[in-house]
Design a protein around this ligand. Structure first.
Ligand code: NAP
Length: 253
């Protein structure tokens, strides 16, 4: 199946590791031009080098998405350098952690506000695209209780409601908006490798919840994201697509 991604311009936040990295490498392999950011300079440079070797245009910068003004300026620069934006994937998260007030504010500023600011800044470009598509990376932590009362879970849930409402609002302008919610995704240097080493009981419990007995890989999540982001996913909007190998137990009506 041709996803129709050749020549599309995709901007992805947090794309040097894990899921974000797998997304930009796959989109580039499908012929999309890429704008990416992260905070670590040599890793941004490496991603830009490796992706440009695939023959697509790629621009990357070090940006902390928590810094609203710097982040919005980068988004505008990236869209200008690419000549527009057809696909936006806000992928950065502040992650889980202690339930302190400081952590709630950080989670709000990173998970929620970087998504909202990104959608608002890039919307004029997405409207001009004709196939504009936003895929917000949420989590199964938003739809079932997991790990106690954490800001992470609540912010990921906020993204689901925001995504649905935005999809209704911008649908008439030809822009689709969806969430992809991965379950546990394992990769070297990722959160679940850390959990395996430091909280083996939690890791074993999570593994037991997965009927297929295998956590996802970044590449498996990227394939789901690429389809929904692409023109091939033209009917899908306002959805929350769970990609968790059966980790969650609810019936999804
Ligand atoms: N891994 C899982 O099991 C899992 C499950 C469900 C949902 N998710 C979601 O999937 C998304 C990606 O997760 P992941 O596990 O692949 O993450 P990850 O391995 O921690 O990678 C995060 C990426 O974002 C960059 N980044 C982090 N904070 C940033 C900031 N403030 N500004 C700019 N860039 C920043 C990181 O690079 P620098 O550190 O250099 O900035 C890196 O490129 C997140 O939204 C996460 O909540 C993950």
């Amino acid at each position: 199946m041709d996803l129709g991604l050749r020549g599309k311009k995709a901007i992805v936040t947090g794309a040097t590791k894990g899921i974000g990295r797998a997304i930009v490498y796959l989109l580039a392999a499908e012929g999309a031009d890429i704008g990416l950011c992260a905070r670590t300079e040599d890793e941004v440079a490496q991603a830009v080098r490796e992706i440009s070797a695939r023959g697509v245009n790629v621009v990357g910068e070090t940006v902390n998405v928590r810094d609203g003004e710097a982040y919005k300026a980068w988004l505008e620069r990236a869209a200008a350098a690419l000549g527009g934006c057809d696909i936006f994937i806000p992928n950065v998260s502040a992650g889980g952690g202690m339930d302190s007030e400081k952590n709630w504010v950080k989670a709000f500023e990173v998970d929620v506000m970087h998504t909202v600011r990104g959608c608002e800044t890039l919307m004029p470009h997405l409207e001009r695209s004709g196939t504009g598509s936003i895929v917000i990376i949420s989590s199964t932590n938003a739809v079932e209780t997991f790990g106690g009362p954490m800001a992470y879970n609540a912010m990921k849930a906020a993204l689901l409601t925001y995504s649905k409402q935005l999809s209704q609002h911008v649908g008439k302008k030809g822009v689709r908006v969806n969430c992809v919610s991965p379950g546990p995704v394992y990769f070297d240097g990722g959160a679940w490798e850390l959990v395996k080493g430091t909280m083996p009981k939690l890791y074993d419990w999570a593994m037991k919840q997965i009927p297929g007995g295998k956590m996802g890989t970044p590449e498996e999540v990227a394939r789901v994201v690429a389809f929904i982001a692409s023109p091939a996913g033209s009917l899908v909007t306002g959805a929350n697509v769970i990609a968790d190998n059966g980790f969650t137990k609810r019936v999804q009506f």
